[in-house]
Design a protein around this ligand. Structure first.
Ligand code: PLP
Length: 449
């Protein structure tokens, strides 16, 4: 199993390291440029990352980090995986972009493979997760429209159900079904008619569902919301009610899909399937690619011109995606995700008995959340200081999304480092308004139950 390339790739970092060591006292001009010229949408750490290799990332000063964030669930094969690098080199020299006006060698076979993994029938390729959400919302609107609904006026069945504490992306459609207010309210009015259901609350779902809804959107495991898995009871009820009311069940597996839970898709632990599955993050080894996977019944309502994209499904991204799926199969990575996930969880449980500010460990496979009773941000900073990349969602939950190729030794390395981080980080009591973090009342309890 070739988990990491043996030799470090030739990278500018050695040279950069020397330059920057020499100029350590001067501010990094690239940080100054970023500060002056970029839209301030991110609170970035003041480091310039240089390159990665396997499960490690290096900054421009040559500092090495164990990457347990994986580019927020993107780098499932780590960095510079030899098979990904080989395909990129080969295909970049052939055709990076053609056009969706023509066929190329990879879209069809990639569609076939994704259909096999998911149990769906048809695929549309987009460029990002949020774009697949908007595309799925359009499909749901299309399916909700009856012949008697006059074109140009809202169909009776046009509304969306989504979950409290959800996150579905940043486009206008996606923020409309994103419960977290700070992402949605500054941009009002958003798509009207969205109703939010209490997380994992089948009774609330039952009470709210009616024939005006064309779809219910569900993250099978809520990611940005703090790693909350949907319960089987809620999923089953959502499936049954969607069928009863002629609505679509849309599974957002952008963060939790394509192997992260140790199954191809997180919903495969349930007995029933959704009508639409959305994937993106790890699909093309770090190149931007998303996909809407759906059924023949949905596809039968689609005709040319209804939806499209310039870049989506280009030859380079699709060739790499095919390679990604093959590597997951060839290297038996689902097994690795399950086994390393168990080891990680066991280690975290031991730490939880040692550190009383760990409230709960949630998640599946290599998608784990560690909920603290104190602010999480100082732990992320301390981890970075000590050469470990993690992040924090919803103020209190530390999130781990390591690559599928992680080894047993790297899990041990993580646990050792993380124990030091937990012991050394100065703890901050929750801010007075922390109750407004957006986690719905009862979500944690419901998830636990
Ligand atoms: C569950 C979920 N849905 C949608 C998105 C949006 O994906 P993208 O950032 O690729 O647009 C994300 C991104 O974090 C996500 O985690």
């Amino acid at each position: 199993m070739s988990r990491t390339p043996k030799k470090a790739p030739k990278s500018p970092s050695g040279q950069e390291g020397k330059q920057f060591a020499a100029a350590a006292s001067r501010p990094d001009p690239r940080l100054l440029d970023a500060e002056k010229f970029l839209l301030p949408t991110y609170k970035r750490q003041p480091v310039v990352m240089s390159h990665g290799r396997g499960a490690y990332v290096f900054d421009s000063q040559g500092k090495k980090y164990l990457d347990f964030l994986g580019g927020i669930a993107v780098n499932a094969l780590g960095h510079a995986h030899p098979r990904v690098v080989k395909v990129i080199r080969r295909e970049a020299a052939r055709a990076i972009h053609l056009s969706n006006l023509y066929h190329h060698a990879f879209q069809g076979p990639l569609g076939r493979k994704l259909a096999k993994w998911s149990g769906m029938d048809r695929v549309f390729f987009a460029n990002s997760g949020t774009e697949t959400i908007d595309g799925a919302m359009k499909l749901a609107r299309l399916l909700g429209r009856k012949p008697e609904d006059p074109i140009g006026t809202p169909a009776k069945k046009h509304r969306f159900l989504a979950l409290q504490n959800s996150f579905h992306g940043r486009t206008l459609g996606a923020i409309s079904v994103t419960a977290t207010e700070k992402y949605r309210l500054p941009f009002a009015p958003v798509v009207p008619g969205v109703e939010f259901v209490r997380f994992n609350d089948a009774a609330d779902l039952e009470a709210k569902f009616d024939d005006t809804f064309c779809a219910i959107l569900v993250e099978t495991i809520q990611g940005e919301g703090g790693i909350y898995p949907i319960s089987a009871a809620f999923w089953n009820r959502a499936r049954a009610l969607a069928t009863e009311h002629g609505a679509l069940l849309i599974a957002d597996e952008i963060q939790c899909g394509l192997g992260r839970t140790g199954r191809y898709f997180a919903y495969q632990k349930f007995a029933s399937k959704p009508d639409i599955v959305l994937v993106a993050k790890p699909l093309a080894g770090g190149l931007p690619l998303g996909a809407i996977l759906t059924t023949d019944a949905v596809a039968s309502r689609v005709s040319p011109g209804m939806h499209g994209t310039t870049f989506g499904g280009g030859p380079l991204a699709c060739a790499v995606a095919l390679e990604f799926l093959s590597v997951v199969e060839d290297e038996k990575l689902l097994e690795n995700v399950r086994e390393r996930g168990e080891e990680l969880r066991d280690g975290l449980s031991k730490l939880a008995s040692q550190f009383d500010f760990i409230r709960e460990i949630r998640g599946e496979g290599l998608m784990l959340g560690i909920e603290l009773s104190v602010e999480g941000a100082p732990f992320v900073a301390e981890a970075m200081e000590r050469g470990l990349l993690i992040n924090c969602t919803h103020d209190f939950t530390l999130r781990l999304l390591p690559p599928f190729i992680i080894t047993r030794a790297q899990v041990r390395e993580f646990l050792k480092l993380f124990e030091i981080v937990l012991a050394k980080t100065p703890r901050q009591a929750p801010a007075a308004d922390s109750g407004k973090s957006g986690v719905p009342q009862g979500a944690a309890a419901a998830a636990r139950g």
